[in-house]
Design a binder for this molecule. Structure first.
Ligand code: SAM
Ligand code: SF4
Length: 408
């Protein structure tokens, strides 16, 4: 089985050797905002505090992104991709809401001026619960944002302390309620499996999130990322290792309480109150649609070309200001790797995958499929109906199911 190709150095003009046009021509924008007030001990996202960045200025950042938007339009035109109206926009970080609302709005308006946007598109920003107020949310709503995703992580102060989260827990409910009042959809991110967190703590966090009446919840098991402060603390014995044996119970509790409260799981880590409240932007990633990622370290995927920008904000700024593509490396995704990625991403969706497609493309031999059913990882009934759908146990072991389907 072929592995994904290695990245090659991206050309300075950024031109794309487009391999194919995406199936539905939909186009999505991700805007990375690489700033946080402090770095949480578990986080290895491409984000920087003011102390780490020295004199690299946050106040001018939006102008750099605006230049990359112009650059993107030019590259797409010259590469023969044609005009692409946006179908969703997502501001992520870092902490996008550390910037003034006007900066996010300027970037969004420029995206719309340059590309246009389909009516009814989803426009989301991530937010730290401490970094917005009613006025900020109102300004976003008036400018056309539709959704805010808050980094809640936990409702339990001791757990937040281990994670080094600095936000006030009460600000999550307050800002979810404010966002709903001004007419924005809401989501909250939760983390389970923090060292020292009990099943009762996790229940408390889930109940608190449900109580807020949010439209959407993402729940991630804590990953101890190498190189983070948390990893060092665990290695030094200052913090105990996460109790992996609890993870399955925690995931099952999430499924139970969220289903009872009217949420439906649509991807392994994501639950929504109704199909229209799913994150359409994230679904576009899982369906391998075309998107342009703006900002340092952002990844893009257009017409079978995948590339990623230079990571540091200073290097990004230097390239953008000298009119050079911020892309560092890129790779062409051929049909075989496209198929592999499709299995990796779509098997995680609750709607599952078409079994005929799997068979036609060399995945899921009859023997593998019957073993997955015997191991209770795949729903036997759905399979008879032509869909490969994970069971609850399969969702917990989604990576294993994917490896078995791919024959890795
Ligand atoms: C960019 S952050 C969200 C916005 C904002 N920076 C915040 O944290 O409040 C995206 C989400 O990734 C999740 N996350 C980050 N690092 C993680 C890790 N090591 N393990 C599991 N989830 C993680 C958190 O739930 C976080 O809310
Ligand atoms: S606020 Fe979010 S992006 Fe920033 S360090 Fe914490 S988890 Fe990472």
């Amino acid at each position: 089985m072929a592995q994904l190709p290695k990245g090659e150095i991206a050309p300075s003009d950024g031109l794309l050797p487009l391999v194919f046009n995406s199936s539905d021509n939909s186009f999505h924008a991700y805007v990375h905002i690489p700033y946080c007030l402090t770095r949480c001990g578990y986080c290895d996202f491409n984000t920087y505090t003011a102390t780490e960045l020295g004199d690299t200025s946050q106040s001018e950042y939006f102008q750099l992104v605006i230049k990359e938007i112009d650059f993107a339009k030019d590259v797409l035109e010259k590469s023969g991709s044609g005009p692409r109206k946006l179908s969703s926009v997502f501001f992520g970080g870092g902490t996008p809401t550390l910037l003034p609302a006007e900066d996010l709005i300027s970037i969004f308006k420029h995206l719309v001026d340059v590309f246009g946007i389909e009516a009814g598109s989803e426009v989301t920003t991530e937010a730290n619960p401490d970094s917005v107020d009613e006025e900020y949310l109102q300004a976003l709503k008036e400018a056309g944002f539709t959704r805010v995703s808050f980094g809640m992580q936990s409702a339990v102060p001791e757990v937040l302390k281990v994670l080094e989260r600095t936000h006030k827990p009460e600000n999550v409910a307050l800002n979810v309620s404010r966002a709903k009042t001004v007419g924005l959809e809401t989501s909250v991110d939760l983390i389970y499996g923090t060292p020292g967190e009990s099943l009762a703590d996790w229940r408390r966090s889930l109940e608190a999130a449900i109580e807020m009446n949010t439209d959407h919840i993402s729940a991630y098991s804590l990953i101890v990322e190498p190189g983070t402060k948390l990893a060092r603390q665990i290695k030094a014995g200052e913090i105990e290792s996460p109790d992996e044996a609890l993870h399955a119970d925690m995931y099952e509790l999430a499924e139970e309480l969220l289903t009872e409260a009217g949420f439906s799981n649509y991807e392994v880590s994501n639950w929504a109150k109704s199909p229209t409240l799913q994150s359409r932007h994230n679904v576009s990633y899982w369906e391998s649609k075309d998107w342009w990622g703006f900002g340092p370290g952002a990844h893009s995927h257009v017409g079978g070309v995948r590339w990623w920008n230079v990571k540091h904000p200073a290097a990004y700024s230097e390239r953008i200001l000298s009119g050079v593509s911020p892309a560092l490396e890129r790779e062409l995704v051929d049909q075989e790797n496209r198929n592999i990625e499709k299995v990796m991403l779509e098997a995680r969706l609750a709607r599952g995958m078409d079994v005929n497609w799997l068979k036609e493309n060399g995945f899921g031999e009859a023997k593998v499929l019957s073993e997955l059913i015997a191991d209770e990882l795949v729903d036997g009934k759905a399979l008879i109906g032509g869909r490969l759908v994970l069971t609850l146990k399969g969702r917990l072991l989604a990576d294993l199911v994917v490896r078995r389907l791919l024959g890795f």
